[in-house]
Design a protein around this ligand. Structure first.
Ligand code: ARG
Length: 565
């Protein structure tokens, strides 16, 4: 139910009837219940252009607003705002319709497009770190959301599998023989050991360098070693994906090396476009008004991160046919993406109407405000972090109910992993994010546990009720009215989150919804004797729709619910 456009249309019609010209009408949610359900604030700027008094203009419009259907009441407030109250019976009807619908009344895009979501992108030479954790969580949610809204989503895992470090790593892997894969359990350690060998043994270092050249020229023995190394390393990442219930598969991996063959063409095509200039032996694109160029080929012939991304961009736009490409990558790479996007458009690699977006996110900090590291300054192993989340979740629920050990295990996983994901998704992604176990695993506040708890509570109402419900809603009072309107806002909110690539709109909405539900449930008993059947059924229907909305919302965030906590 596109609630806002429904109201926008009615107000737009009123403008027409009143003979006042206006381009677009956009209502917003009322900031306080006293101001109604929605408000229209566009009169002020219109009055300014028309050189009219805003209140008078609003008064002139008012009688033309149709009050026979969706809207029950309007009012001019303050300097010329128009407050809008929806008709309770209409809200009830729409909620009933949502309840009948598998998708809760959420329509799919009228014109779905192909969207590439580039996320996770760990580097194979090193342990996956917290920056990749954020990319993985946010990217997966974004992909889920777009799929839900009907787009054709192509997930792309742009793993870093190419570069000079691999010479050293595969030389060491070979030296380790069959025990190599064993010591590769800990990639960080393996890297350190290889580096020590490289720094202390000249013949090893030479071999490593030789192997770099060999993989680049397609030597089969070295390529096999390299492939083995990548397989093991990617396997580590897949452990993390598995624990996090992330939907990335091997098919989604389009590694940096995938674009190798196209890199000389990228350079040639840029030359043909007259975009390349040599500077200090390197091939560069100088963008208008910028001093620092984008380097696409080094003096020694080597290619760069940007070259690969240019190749990837045109592959995605032209071969995959994407009309929107979202890069879920650390904010520190903004410059890089701004530049490659500009080059891609200027060179015509990607046509003008393809939407290129850097979905940037901030750094993960510890509670004292420093970048998240282990005590000795190393990178935190994600697998350990996730195991700790599950352990802590178990600790916090172990005395809750007499759970079977298996149930406890499963519940701890759902709660622990949900907490890590939700905490990340609930802040504006561009801000730095403080990782705080206590806050994340709290039953209060905007947390996954609060949401999972609200859901479980609703399920328990239905368990106790134990019968089929009639889906007839009668809005009985203000809190029910607000809950109904909130439920109808679900679709608008999802579309906005997709447009802004902002998962925190979803968590923010769910939090408001769950809070409103809690108040409703406290004020309006459902299962008490004295409640008449009609009221009971109506409240049950509102509860059911709330439960389903929470579940659907969490599902898009990749977070599971449970029937009891
Ligand atoms: N491997 C990169 C890193 O760890 C992230 C890749 C992002 N995707 C891209 N197409 N550049 O920083």
């Amino acid at each position: 139910m596109k609630l806002k456009s429904e109201i926008n249309c009615i107000i737009k019609e009123a403008f027409q009837k009143a003979g006042i010209e206006i381009q677009t009408v956009m209502v917003t949610e009322a900031t306080k219940p006293e101001f109604g359900d929605f408000q229209f604030n566009g009169i002020m700027s219109l009055a300014k252009t028309l050189k009219k008094n805003p209140r008078e203009l609003a008064q002139k419009l008012l009688p033309h607003i149709d009050l026979t259907g969706v809207i029950a009441k309007v009012e001019v407030a303050g300097p010329g705002f128009i407050n809008v109250w929806l008709r309770p019976s209409w809200v009830a009807l729409k909620c009933e319709e949502a309840l009948q619908d598998e998708r809760l009344g959420v329509a799919k895009h009228e014109n779905p497009i192909k969207v590439v979501v580039d996320y996770s992108g760990p580097n194979m030479a090193k342990q996956m770190h917290v920056g990749h954790l954020r990319s993985t969580i946010i990217g997966d949610t974004l992909a889920n959301l777009l799929v839900y809204l009907g787009d054709e989503v192509i997930r792309q895992n742009h793993i870093g599998d190419w570069g000079t470090q691999f010479g050293m790593l595969i030389a060491y892997l070979e030296e380790q023989g069959s025990s190599g894969s064993g010591s590769l359990k800990d990639l960080e350690q393996f890297y350190k050991e290889a580096k020590v060998r490289f720094d202390t043994d000249i013949s090893f270092a030479n071999k490593a360098r030789e192997y770099v050249v060999k993989i680049q020229s397609g030597d089969q023995h070295c390529l096999n070693l390299w492939q083995k190394f990548i397989d093991i390393s990617l396997g580590h990442c897949e452990d993390v994906y598995g624990k996090l219930c992330i939907k990335l598969t091997r098919e989604d991996v389009k590694a940096e090396s995938f674009y190798n063959e196209d890199l000389p063409n990228v350079i040639e095509d840029l030359i043909a476009q007259g975009l390349l200039k040599e500077s200090d032996g390197a091939q560069c694109v100088f963008l208008e008004g910028e001093e620092i160029p984008v380097i696409v080929q080094k003096g020694d012939g080597g290619y760069l991160y940007a070259t690969t991304d240019l190749a990837a961009l045109r592959y995605r736009a032209n071969v995959l046919g994407a009309k929107r490409i979202c890069y879920v990558v650390d904010a520190r790479q903004s410059e890089h993406f701004r530049q490659v996007f500009t080059v891609a458009k200027e060179s015509g690699f990607v046509s003008k109407e393809v939407r290129l977006e850097h979905v940037a996110f901030g750094t993960m900090m510890d509670k004292s405000g420093r970048p998240f590291k282990t005590r000795d300054g190393g990178t935190v192993k994600l697998v350990d972090l996730l195991d700790e989340a599950v352990l802590r979740a178990k600790e916090s629920i172990k005395d809750k109910e007499n759970l079977e050990p298996e149930e406890l295990e499963n519940l701890a996983k759902i709660i622990g992993i949900g907490a890590v994901k939700y905490a990340d998704l609930s802040i504006n992604r561009e801000s730095n994010y403080v990782f705080d176990w206590g806050k994340m695993l709290s039953f209060e506040g905007n947390t996954s546990l609060y949401m999972q708890y609200a859901y479980a509570r609703i399920q328990s109402i239905f368990r106790r009720f134990g019968k089929e419900i009639k889906r007839r809603i009668v809005i009985g009072d203000e809190i029910e009215h607000r809950l109904g309107v909130m439920l109808l806002r679900f679709e608008d909110m999802l579309y906005r989150a997709a447009e802004d690539t902002a998962p925190h709109h979803i968590t923010g909405y769910l939090y408001e919804l769950a809070t409103l539900f809690t108040r409703f449930y406290e004020q309006n008993p459902i299962l008490k004797e004295e409640v008449c059947e009609e009221t009971q059924m109506s409240r049950l229907a509102l509860a059911q729709l709330t439960g389903r909305t929470i579940k659907e919302g969490l599902d898009i965030l990749g977070i599971e619910v449970v029937d009891r906590i």
